[in-house]
Design a protein around this ligand. Structure first.
Ligand SMILES: Cc1cc2nc3c(=O)[nH]c(=O)nc-3n(C[C@H](O)[C@H](O)[C@H](O)COP(=O)(O)O)c2cc1C
Length: 386
């Protein structure tokens, strides 16, 4: 669960169910937050803020206690908003109205739903600033998965019309993750330059640009999720987790989109056996399934993609209507990002990590990490002896 407004005092996230005894590395949480703030095409806000995760509860002496973990992320810009967005009534003349709804944002639908005369309160919560809180607790899920040897990372597949056309192996994605400078988080340098040109074009035209990221779950054992109940399927849970991110409008599992137009023989991943191979020894010639069959992880890498619509705040705004007068006007403009595909990928990693950690805890259980890891190793043993 998360709470907080984009220009409020802080964001808060709460995560319960993490077993006791998980080592929490503050530097790891902060680096994940830093990664979400990177990428070519971000707005001015990313330059004024450097997020840090202030852990309020659930962790003592560097380890989780099994109790709910709450994390606070200060909004460094709050000092400039205290008068226009106060908790108390304040001075109405200092409020910052969002007078005309932006097509593509939550402004109009939200104002109608909550019966607001303008869209300030809507964008304060609908804004993807909220995803920073998810990244903070997603980092804890990543630390948990790391104890099971599972890792989750992302990379960018396309920005606008510029795309890579080959599968990027895990090793290259891991190398990207180690970089201290992020352009568009694309593993292919030539494609990344083409992506940069797309962003430059959007910047020049007062426009915005979307794209596609891929999240990869590495070393996920077979058996997470189940076909036994529709809402317990791993693919369904991952799709909901990614779709819940602001601006994600489609989710693809493996090569799901091209698969719909291909013959079965070109899609399904043939099965072989090599005793030395990981988990139960079954291997695949390729991974079009994205590591999930029948709603269950099959032991291959989990590969899920999120398709982002372009940012809806435009420096050259689209047509809209003034909330007060109903007269035609241009949509409101407020300092904004132009391209967020790499950042959305990082937020999506958090969502995938939270989902896999949830599935892992359902399968392996445990109130302490010792118990969870012992149960996990027992299952690996069972797979080896299959
Ligand atoms: C990391 C990230 C940053 C974003 N930054 C902005 C922004 O600066 N300005 C904006 O108008 N939309 C931004 N968006 C997109 C909006 O949050 C999104 O368009 C809005 O929530 C409506 O889309 P929805 O219908 O998917 O929720 C961002 C999205 C993500 C994932």
């Amino acid at each position: 669960m998360t709470a907080g407004e984009s220009h409020g005092e802080a964001l808060v996230a709460c995560l319960s169910g993490v077993p006791a005894g998980l080592k929490i590395e503050q530097a790891f949480l902060d680096r994940e937050l830093w990664r979400r703030q990177q990428g070519y095409g971000r707005g001015g806000r990313m330059k004024i803020e450097r997020d840090t995760a202030h852990i309020l509860s659930g962790v003592r002496h560097g380890f989780t206690m099994g109790s709910p973990i709450s994390v606070l992320l200060e909004n460094k810009d709050w000092k400039n908003w205290q008068e226009s967005l106060p908790v108390e009534e304040g001075d109405a003349n200092k409020h910052k109205r969002v007078a005309s709804p932006r097509p593509g944002h939550a402004d109009l639908a939200g104002a109608l739903k909550y019966n607001f005369p303008e869209a300030r309160y809507v964008l304060e919560r609908a804004s993807a600033r909220e995803s920073a809180a998810r990244v903070a607790i997603g980092a804890i899920a990543k630390l948990f998965l790391g104890e099971l040897g599972i890792h989750v990372l992302s990379h960018v597949i396309s920005v606008g019309a510029a795309a890579i056309d080959r599968e990027i192996p895990w090793q290259q994605i891991a190398e990207l993750h180690g970089r201290n400078e992020v352009l568009l988080n694309c593993a292919d340098a030539e494609a990344e330059q083409r992506m940069k040109t797309e962003v430059d074009q959007a910047l020049k035209n007062g426009d915005s640009v979307g794209g596609v990221f891929e999240v990869v779950g590495h070393c996920v054992p077979p058996g997470l999720g189940t076909y036994a109940q529709w809402d317990e399927r791993l693919d369904a849970r991952l799709a909901a987790a990614l779709m819940s991110l602001q601006a994600v409008k489609a989710v693809e599992i493996g090569s799901g989109i091209t698969a719909a137009a291909s013959p079965g023989s070109a899609v399904h991943d043939e099965i072989s056996y090599a005793k030395s191979a990981s988990f139960a020894g079954f291997t695949r010639s390729r991974n079009n399934a994205g590591g999930i069959e029948g709603g269950v992880s099959n032991g291959e890498e989990i590969r899920v993609r999120g398709y982002l619509k372009p940012i809806s705040t435009l420096r050259r705004p689209l047509q809209s209507v003034d909330f007060a007068t109903r007269e035609p006007v241009k949509a409101a403009y407020e300092r904004s990002d132009v391209c967020v595909v790499p950042a959305a990928g990082v937020a999506a990693e958090a969502m995938v990590a939270l989902t896999l950690a949830g599935c892992g805890l359902e399968k392996f259980g445990g109130d302490s990490m010792g118990e969870t890891v012992r149960n996990f190793r027992g299952y690996l043993e069972q797979l080896r002896g299959y």
